[in-house]
Design a binder for this molecule. Structure first.
Ligand code: MOS
Length: 735
């Protein structure tokens, strides 16, 4: 093996930087028409009348669709792991449940004509006061019926442990709504062939799920639907479930009998697809005087739409991160209101939960006088506190000690406001993290051709993190080829079924299926060499056959044959290996599988202006074996930057009267730019984890976004003596 473990550059890098990579909105078909959505101005109520006369007569218009003439869709129930982003399907009735809900759709020859005609539609509304979430509403939150995991957990007796504790921390932490803001907006191009086949080119993290949902909602068999997405310009969870515009585009194409393209505008990215729900989290920690935890209580509330009970599982962090001798209890509730359904966003659950838990741990460090790194070493555990199972691998100790050493933590003076650089206050803070590892079934196919090259195929995705590259590395090593002999095709439902690009799962699962498929192809080749026509290795044992550089060899007898010669000799044009990775779910396995990290931040705060600048950052990660250190590091620095956004910049604002997200573009929604980010230092300290994946890997991408915010908040406290429990940490909160 020699490609795995190498810092290989992306195989699709050249195509991406030269414009050769085609994203969904780049794909053109002859005769394409364009659809534009008209939105509700109100967040709650109904439409009383919709006058489309002028729009219908406008130049280029092919169809004007409202709830009165839109083809009907099959309602489909919603659940956390369903492909449906929200159950409410627009243009089916006169009700309005959220601001920005589609109330009409215009299809025209050009996008400008469709958008202009939309402005000519006259709509009368009957408006009710919208229910808009405020943190104070957390008190009245309820448990929804839909759930992915248990809403509540209780191990031991956390209440008693906390009541008896020598030291107690109790605080509430709040985080705002956030939007995904990928560079590439969602887009759909729908085309119906004469034989009734529907092809959806869709900007999605899950071609397979999109096909399933389209089949259910449109009442068309799955076999007659293709969904294609070869490249994604960022997904961030927003493209991991399907949103109504994809279904609307499919129906519009049916109505006008032409291919229809529906690209969302940047502004529509804040109303037509999901967002991360705000959270209100209360943490109670009980510990002894040495900082050994005795009890943890973590309760989280988030807003959701009126029709779906989306739970942001923020408190899962506290189920798995630290041991607590007396007990741990967690709960989740939701508050229904007028908004579209929230969804996962960039390290969902953990990225929110750890801000609360790891901020509270820092407060405990100050309350007990125990160093924050030492406090975490004292509470480290080899057993998952939630399930009682041993962790498969847990290099938390290494993350803490090696990360601290790299950062120079021993030079920190613990007292707030004790470190300065001239005018600036210097703050150093840290936090640790645990991240959920998913085990999902996945299929893949590897085809060896007569020229001695291999083709890898799977209906998986490269969300931008390097899947094309790592799959080529894995197939190359397994087949004894150099990676440049391997081509990877992804993002098409006509390929072997795989899982969505969510949950940082693609290396461990979809890529494991590629390894199995490559093994199957390799075994077929070996069998041919042993028993095929004019078998060169006749009589030898399979395990004696070595493969390298596209050549099978029997060292003992000094015999060798290339794949190309082997296939030619047997009159074959190709050899196909099928991979079927079918793991037991993580929760049913004998070991608890999670990824871990410890991260360290240094900030410089201007005491007069309240401005926070990140000046240094070290992240130490246990994500099992790293397949490609270069793309892994790229993921890590990307994740850290997401975390910096969460800590210091990102928030979606809702107008409390109108119930409308007021963000419309990148000038009204701040994300970090290069000027905000210093050199980021990353270390990978994990080892091969057999339980995580046949490849030895565990989830990496989103892990790196977790606990960046509390590390920065803890650094801000160290710099200023101000504890900010409400993200983002803005100037006005520090002055
Ligand atoms: Mo990710 S938020 O699991 O797409």
């Amino acid at each position: 093996m020699n490609a795995i473990g190498q810092p290989m550059s992306r195989v699709d890098g050249r195509r991406k930087v030269t414009g050769g990579a085609r994203y969904t909105a780049d794909i053109s078909l002859p005769g394409v028409a364009y659809a534009a959505i008209v939105h509700s101005r109100i967040a709650n109520g109904r439409t009383v009348s919709i006058d489309t006369t002028a729009a219908g007569q406008a130049r280029g218009v092919l169809a004007v669709l409202t709830h009165q003439n839109m083809p009907r869709m099959n309602p489909v129930p919603w659940s956390h792991l369903h492909p449906q982003g929200q159950t409410y399907l627009p243009l089916q009735d006169d009700r309005i449940h959220y601001a920005g809900q589609p109330v009409a759709m215009v299809v025209a020859e050009t996008l400008d004509q469709a958008a202009y005609a939309g402005t000519l539609i006259k709509i009368e509304y009957e408006a009710d006061r919208p229910v808009v979430f405020r943190p104070a509403m957390a008190k009245e939150a309820v448990e929804p019926a839909q759930r992915m995991w248990p809403l509540r957990s209780s191990v031991g007796d956390a209440e008693k442990a906390i009541a008896d504790a020598a030291v107690k921390i109790e605080q509430t932490y709040t985080m705002p709504d956030r939007h995904h803001n990928p560079m590439e907006p969602h887009a759909t191009l729908a085309v119906w062939d004469d034989d009734g086949t529907l092809t959806l080119y869709d900007s999605t993290q899950m071609v397979v799920g999109t096909r399933k949902l389209a089949s259910l909602v449109l009442g068309v068999p799955e076999e007659t639907i293709n969904v294609v997405c070869e490249f994604l310009g960022g997904g961030f969870g927003g493209k991991s479930w399907s949103w109504p515009h994809t279904l609307l585009a499919a129906l519009a194409a049916k109505v006008v009998k032409r291919p229809v393209r529906l690209p969302l505008t940047r502004a529509q990215m804040y109303s037509m697809v999901g967002h991360q729900a705000a959270t209100v989290q209360t943490i109670v920690l009980g510990s002894d005087r040495d900082g050994k935890l005795t009890g943890i209580r973590h309760d989280s509330v988030n807003p959701t739409s009126v029709f779906d009970g989306y739970v942001e599982y923020a408190a899962v962090a506290s189920r798995h991160l630290w041991g607590a001798s007396g007990g741990i209890s967690t709960s989740h509730r939701v508050a229904y209101g007028n908004r579209n359904t929230p969804v996962v966003l960039r390290a969902p659950m953990e990225a929110q939960g750890h801000f609360a838990l790891e901020s509270a741990m820092d407060e405990l460090a100050y309350a007990t006088g125990v160093d924050p790194v030492e406090l975490r070493l004292r509470n480290n555990t080899d057993t998952d506190p939630y399930s009682g199972r041993p962790f498969s691998t847990r290099a938390m100790g290494k993350c803490l000690t090696e990360g601290a050493a790299r950062f120079g933590w021993d030079r920190r003076t613990p007292k707030p406001r004790s470190m300065r650089d001239g005018h600036y206050l210097i703050g150093q803070g840290m936090a640790a993290a645990v991240y959920t590892h998913w085990r999902w079934p996945a299929k893949a196919r590897v085809t060896l051709d007569g020229g001695g090259s291999a083709l890898v195929e799977a209906a998986a995705h490269d969300i931008g993190t390097g899947t094309y590259t790592v799959m080529a590395q894995v197939a190359a090593d397994t087949l004894g080829l150099t990676p440049d002999r391997v081509t990877v095709r992804l993002g098409d439902t006509r390929l072997p079924e795989s899982h969505p690009a969510i949950g940082s799962s693609t290396v461990s699962n979809a890529t494991a299926a590629v390894m199995l498929a490559a093994q199957a192809a390799r075994e077929k080749a070996v069998l041919l060499a042993l028993t095929g026509r004019d078998a060169l290795f006749s009589g030898a044992a399979p395990e004696d056959v070595m493969i390298a550089d596209g050549r099978l060899s029997l060292a003992r007898k000094n015999l060798n044959i290339t794949y190309a010669e082997l296939l030619a000799r047997n009159g074959l044009s190709s050899l196909v290996g099928d991979g079927n990775y079918d793991p037991v779910e993580e929760v049913k396995g004998p070991k608890a599988v999670f990824s871990f990290s410890a991260v360290f931040a240094e900030v410089r705060v201007d005491p007069d202006l309240g401005l926070v600048r990140l000046s240094r950052f070290v992240g130490a990660y246990d994500a099992g074996r790293i397949i490609n250190p270069k793309t892994a590091r790229s993921q890590a620095i990307g994740g850290i930057i997401w975390g910096v956004g969460q800590a210091l910049l990102e928030q979606s604002e809702i107008d409390s009267t109108l119930g409308r997200f007021v963000n419309r573009n990148y000038s009204g929604y701040l994300v970090p730019t290069n000027a905000d980010i210093p050199e980021l230092d990353t270390l990978f300290v994990g080892e091969f984890d057999q339980e995580g994946s046949p490849l030895g890997s565990k989830g990496l991408g989103e892990l790196t976004a977790v606990s960046v915010a509390p590390a920065i908040a803890n650094a801000v406290y160290h710099a200023t003596g101000k504890r900010i429990r409400d993200l983002p940490i803005t100037v006005e909160k520090l002055l």
